[in-house]
Design a protein around this ligand. Structure first.
Ligand SMILES: NC(=O)c1ccc[n+]([C@@H]2O[C@H](COP(=O)([O-])OP(=O)(O)OC[C@H]3O[C@@H](n4cnc5c(N)ncnc54)[C@H](OP(=O)(O)O)[C@@H]3O)[C@@H](O)[C@H]2O)c1
Length: 333
């Protein structure tokens, strides 16, 4: 039996991704075979394809990305469990269950660790699950745990129209925060407003920190959520109120270079973290219920920018890399 998969044989531009026909692997002990219904196009996939993660041991050891070539691209997807390997079970899912999974998702089939499969609650559409389930967990973890937003807090959200950014905006608002979203174009700014942001700063036209100080009447924000990294680092430090928190979860513009810790004191005894959702995985069941409720009550909206076929993975990557996407792009095998 055969499957289709988007593989790379060398790191490079979007064109290194090729749609290939491969044999469907047999799941081994501890694994499950999933028929993929949708793969989310994450910035992480772009970094993987470009080779940016090769020297980052974390992504191989903890995120399960394969750093040897050839490799299938993709890190998250939604699908249906087709079979389990020998002596393997997951009490929360069975054959035929609709699940979210982590692993090489730009394919019609994926063999993944069975223990990590997450059942998709009823009432959540395929698109909502693919674009929002796991990304929503990060937005939930960052706003509830990493820096728990309090009523009235000013929150600066960088790349606020992004796949993760638009969820952080909405969940920070649900906690009673006042959100300033940053994005690069007027069109994306409209979308950020629609996601509930109180204010929007156009990064190409304004000095972000000055605008933040103007909006907050010189007080600065209590927290910055940032997935952009290098390009926004200085503006983030200059936007925070004394004792404020800089939560860095990504680096779409490049890694933040090493810096002198004393600068945190100089800027007002700031806190800073580079984080992900892993410290809070025990919260996932609580989050899952909350996510389903927010969707049902219309309090959370998952924005799908575009869907593409697997054969058009390069087009999808270019749209994200060239900052043309807002919300999440999906590949539908
Ligand atoms: N820590 C974690 O667990 C975790 C999990 C998921 C994602 N991430 C990270 O979070 C970040 C966002 O991921 P995402 O998949 O949701 O992507 P995304 O935000 O949908 O896309 C990236 C956005 O970053 C902005 N950007 C600023 N400078 C850029 C540059 N030089 N090149 C490209 N984009 C630039 C663009 O928005 P504007 O045009 O509006 O500026 C662009 O739309 C990524 O860095 C990703 O690696 C981390």
């Amino acid at each position: 039996m055969h499957m289709q998969a988007v593989r790379i044989h060398a790191y490079g531009t979007p064109e290194v991704m090729q749609l290939e026909t491969l044999s469907i692997p047999t799941p081994g002990s501890g694994q499950a075979l999933v028929r993929v219904e949708a793969a989310s196009v994450n910035f992480l996939d772009i970094q993987h394809r470009r080779g940016d993660l090769v020297k980052q041991a974390f992504y191989q050891q903890k995120a399960g990305l394969k750093m040897t070539l050839p490799t299938i691209i993709g890190s998250q997807g939604i699908g249906t469990v087709e079979s389990f390997g020998p002596d393997t079970a997951n009490p929360r899912v069975h054959t035929g269950s609709r699940v979210a999974f982590f692993g090489s998702s730009y394919a019609t089939h994926a063999v993944v660790p069975a223990a990590h499969l997450i059942p998709v609650p009823d009432g959540i559409s395929l698109e909502e699950a693919a674009a929002g389930l796991n990304q929503g967990f990060l937005a939930y973890a960052f706003t509830h745990h990493t820096y728990p937003v309090k009523q009235g807090d000013w929150c600066l959200v960088q790349a606020a129209a992004g796949g993760l950014g638009h969820l952080i905006c909405q969940i920070a608002k649900l906690r009673g925060g006042r959100v300033i979203g940053v994005t690069s174009s007027a069109e994306k700014a409209d979308m950020v407003k629609a996601m509930g942001a109180d204010e929007v700063i156009l990064s190409q036209q304004a000095d972000i920190a000055k605008e933040v100080q103007r909006i907050t009447e010189g007080k600065g924000v209590h927290v910055v959520y940032d997935g952009v990294g290098k390009d926004t680092f200085e503006a983030n430090l200059d936007s925070l109120t004394p004792g404020g928190y800089l939560v860095i979860y990504g680096q779409s513009s490049g890694y933040v270079p090493p810096f002198d810790l004393m600068r945190l004191q100089e800027k007002g005894s700031l806190f800073i973290t580079r984080t992900n959702g892993l410290p809070y995985t025990h919260e996932y069941p609580t989050y899952l219920q909350q996510f389903a409720t927010w969707l049902k009550e219309g309090k959370l909206s998952i924005r799908i920018d575009h869907t593409y076929a697997l054969a058009d993975a390069a087009k999808a990557h270019k749209a994200v890399e060239q900052r043309r996407s807002s919300g999440r792009i999906l590949l539908l095998p």
